[in-house]
Design a protein around this ligand. Sequence first.
Ligand SMILES: NC(=O)c1ccc[n+]([C@@H]2O[C@H](COP(=O)([O-])OP(=O)(O)OC[C@H]3O[C@@H](n4cnc5c(N)ncnc54)[C@H](OP(=O)(O)O)[C@@H]3O)[C@@H](O)[C@H]2O)c1
Length: 331
Amino acid sequence: MSNPQILLKARPAGRPGPEHFEFVESAMPAPGRGEVLLRHRFLSLDPYMRGRMDDTASYAAPVALGGVMEGECVAEVLESQHDGFAPGDWVRGARGWQGFSAAHGSSLVKIPKDGGGVSHSAYLGVLGMPGTTAWVGVTEIGRPKPGDVFVVSAASGAVGGVAGQIARKYGCRVIGIAGGPEKCRYVKDVLGFDDCLDHRGDLPAALDAACPDGIDVYFENVGGPVQEAVLPRMRAFGRIAFCGSVATYNTRPLPPGPNLSILTRRKLTLQGFIVSDHPLAWPVWRERGAAWLRDGSLKFKEDVVEGLQNAPDAFVGLLEGKNFGKLVIKI
Ligand SMILES: NC(=O)c1ccc[n+]([C@@H]2O[C@H](COP(=O)([O-])OP(=O)(O)OC[C@H]3O[C@@H](n4cnc5c(N)ncnc54)[C@H](OP(=O)(O)O)[C@@H]3O)[C@@H](O)[C@H]2O)c1
C-alpha cells in the first residue's frame, strides 16, 4: 500500500492551477512512540490555503516547496502507540492533503465514532474551524445586540452561513450577501436570514434598500467591491469583524491603496473614535497631564501668531504643515 499525497510544486503568481501541484505516491508512514497511524477520511479545503502557497510573512509559515499541502482532516485510527487512542477511533487534525499520516496523539482531537448526530465531515465545517471562526467573530468582535442590522458576506459559505445564524439568535436583523440567485435563495429560505443580496447586481442600491438606516455589524469575508459597498453604510459605533478577504487572495499585483487584509493577517484592532464621545476622559487627562507637566516628563510647544486678522492665513498654513507646534492666535 502507498500513501497518495499532493505536494506544492510551484508558487502561483495569481490564480493557482494544476501546474502548482504534484500528485505522488509515497511510502506508508510508520507510527513511532506516542503516535497513531491515521487513514484520512475527509480533507477540508479552505481559502487560507491560498496564503500558504505564497512565500510571504503571515500569521503562519508557508508550505515549503515540495512539501505536502496543509489542511485539516477527519481521520480514522488504524494503529495506535498512544494510550489515549485505539484503532477505530475518529479524530480531527491538521494532517495535510494526503491519504494517511502518522501523528502524535497530542496533535489530535477525538470526535465521536458515530459522528454524534452529524456527519464526520461536519467537524471540518460547522463544528470545526469555520464554525468556530463564525462564533468568535460574531460574539467577540461583532458584539451583536437585539435589533442590530448585521451584514455578512460570503453568506452561503462555511463561515458566513454560521455567522448569520448566530447573529439571528442574538436578535439581529441579518442581511447576507452572496453570489447569484440560487445562493441567495438558500441563505434566506434554508438558513433563515432576513434577506440576502446578490453582489453580482447593484449592491450599493440593494444595501440602501435593505438597510436604509445603515449597518451596525459587518462580518467581512470577501473584501474587494463588496467591502467598498458596505463600509460607507456602517453606522456610528458599528463593529466590523474582519475575518477574511477571499476576493483578493489571487489578485496580483494588489490594487493601489491600503490592503486591509493585513488587519486579519496581523490580528489588528482598528477602531475609529471621536474625543467628544469620551466626556469622562477629560478630567482624568487634565489631572494626569498637569502632573506630568509639573514633573517635566511631558513637553509641549506652541506656535503663537499675533492678531485675529492673521487667523485665516494661519489656518490655511496649518493645513499645509506650516505651523510648528500647537497653533494659537494671540488676540
Ligand atoms: N480569520 C480567520 O480565522 C478565518 C477562518 C476561516 C475563514 N476565514 C476567512 O473567511 C472567509 C470565508 O471563508 P469560508 O471558509 O466560509 O469560505 P467558503 O465557504 O469557501 O466561501 C467562500 C465564498 O467566498 C465568496 N467569494 C469568493 N470569491 C469571491 C469574489 N471574488 N467576490 C465575492 N465573493 C467571493 C464566494 O461566495 P459568493 O459566491 O456568495 O460570493 C465563495 O463561495 C474567507 O475570507 C476566509 O479566508 C478566516
